[in-house]
Design a protein around this ligand. Structure first.
Ligand code: FAD
Length: 432
């Protein structure tokens, strides 16, 4: 009988699924696990710090945890600290919503030099992910390249180009804001092998680049077709047309702004040059290598192979059939379909997998497993201390209290600070 469900990953896909499950069967008990003590996955660590409106979805997720049937179990990495086999022993069904957090390698010579970063690490650095807060990227040269032509590449270019005033109401971490402000950046290159029509950024993100105080988009007019090719999907054609208009507008501008943002289309990166660190980037068709000190790869992600979790396939996803990995084990979100789609994309998919799971168990007569009570006993036996939703609320309160004027929060980005908040919560709970 279906009673206890474990969802691994507290990002949008895991939480949309918890919501869909509990709406259909309010008697279920759902434990949501995360390796971090802070929930919400890439809403906290991916979505750009100057896009606070997008992050507002967390208020909806907060309300979900007000439901007594749903529990947050943080600081438990499933696969390692907490083997999947143990979860399967205690829960009737397990859903892996672990996302795709491993940067795809650039795969060109020089990719191992100091000054080359993947976008998960770089974005995590400015967004206060405790694994990346100490990244200290090399931003000491006027040139920097972002390789990729999607919204993540656009986010990074925009954040690097913004003035302190433009970042004032964001929750960019103080360490990153200071480093960006001190960087002598004058030339940011956004590089990709595709053309302006094929590039996957969306119009709203592209339009923002044209409104920045210090940034001047630079393009070769010869890279831009006058019209779209025929035969495009009509829904896609609308975005592409708007993008092309914006790019034509940028190409016609002659602003005098201190940071040039070069769009290099049809330009596959060939090799990163340097001895100990990045000095230049050779690009196909380029006459001479671009002088720069930092390269950020934003070319996609894969799900990590970890402990006793299922191994990802060649495309970096957990092998599954419409969300089913094997009887009682499911997957969702970026782990299921790869790193594409926005937050709302995960909602409809999560609902479909929830429906499937409930249907799969409709005639199940096996006795329910021990659930959270069984797991808690196992954790105590192992001496493992998880963090809970109250600890997250304490972290959140400390972040709000530490915010600079006008900003929503200053994130606790160090493991030591997060651990302190967890410890303080547990002490208080022990006294009650
Ligand atoms: C840089 C960036 C910017 C983005 N900006 C936007 C935007 O502006 N708007 C928009 O709509 N979408 C945006 N997205 C996309 C959006 O973030 C994703 O669609 C969404 O987060 C995917 O949800 P998910 O739940 O599958 O994965 P995630 O959000 O990645 O959540 C996975 C969770 O699983 C946890 N986890 C991983 N492994 C384990 C483990 N072994 N044990 C326990 N827990 C684990 C992680 O800590 C994480 O909390 C952006 C993505 C990126 C990378």
């Amino acid at each position: 009988m279906l009673q206890h469900i474990a969802i691994v990953g507290s990002g949008p896909s895991g939480l949309f699924c918890a919501d869909a499950l509990i709406r259909q069967n309010p008697a279920l008990r759902i434990d949501v696990f995360d390796r971090l003590p802070t929930p919400y996955g890439l809403v906290r660590f991916g979505v750009a710090p100057d896009h606070q409106g997008t992050k507002a979805i967390t208020r909806q997720f907060d309300r979900l945890f007000a439901n007594q049937q749903i529990r947050f179990c943080g600081k438990l990495e499933v696969g390692t600290t907490l083997p999947l086999a143990v979860l399967r022993q205690f829960y009737d069904a397990v859903i892996l919503a672990v996302g795709a957090h491993q940067d795809r390698p650039l795969g060109i010579p020089g990719a191992g030099l100091a000054g080359v970063y993947g976008s998960m690490a770089f974005v995590g650095w400015y967004n206060g992910h405790p694994d990346f807060a100490g990244l200290a990227p090399l931003l000491d040269r006027p040139g920097l390249a972002v390789i990729g032509q999607g919204n993540v590449a656009v986010d990074i270019a925009r954040l690097l180009g913004k003035s302190p005033a433009e970042l004032a109401s964001s929750d960019i971490c103080a360490h990153a804001a200071r480093a960006i402000q001190a960087a002598p950046l004058s030339d940011i290159y956004m590089i990709g092998r595709r053309g302006p029509v094929e590039a996957s950024f969306t119009s709203a993100e592209l339009a923002e680049l044209g409104k920045l105080e210090r940034v001047r988009p630079v393009l070769r007019r010869s890279d831009l077709p006058e019209n779209l090719p025929s035969g495009l999907d009509p829904s896609e054609a609308k975005v592409k047309e708007r993008n092309l208009q914006l790019l034509h507008d940028y190409a016609a501008r002659d602003d005098d702004k201190p940071v040039r943002l070069h769009f290099l289309f049809h330009s596959a990166p060939q090799a990163i040059l340097g001895d100990q660190r990045v000095e230049a980037l050779a690009v196909a068709g380029g006459t001479k290598p671009l002088e720069l000190g930092c390269v950020i790869g934003a070319i996609g992600y894969s799900t990590q192979a970890l402990g006793d979790l299922p191994a990802p396939d060649a495309a970096g996803r957990l092998p599954n059939q419409d969300g089913l990995i094997e009887a009682g084990l499911y997957t969702l979100g970026w782990a299921k379909r790869g790193p594409s789609g926005t937050i709302p994309t995960n909602r409809s998919e999560a609902k479909a997998v929830a429906d499937r799971l409930l249907a799969d168990f409709a005639d199940d007569t096996a006795p329910a497993k021990a659930g959270g009570a069984g797991l808690d006993a196992w954790l105590r036996q192992q001496g493992i201390i998880a963090s809970d939703f109250a600890a997250w609320k304490r972290i959140e309160a400390r972040e709000a209290a530490a915010a600079r004027p006008g900003a929503p929060r200053e994130k606790l980005a160090q493991w030591a600070e997060l651990d302190q908040a967890i410890q303080d919560t547990q002490q208080q709970q022990a006294q009650q």
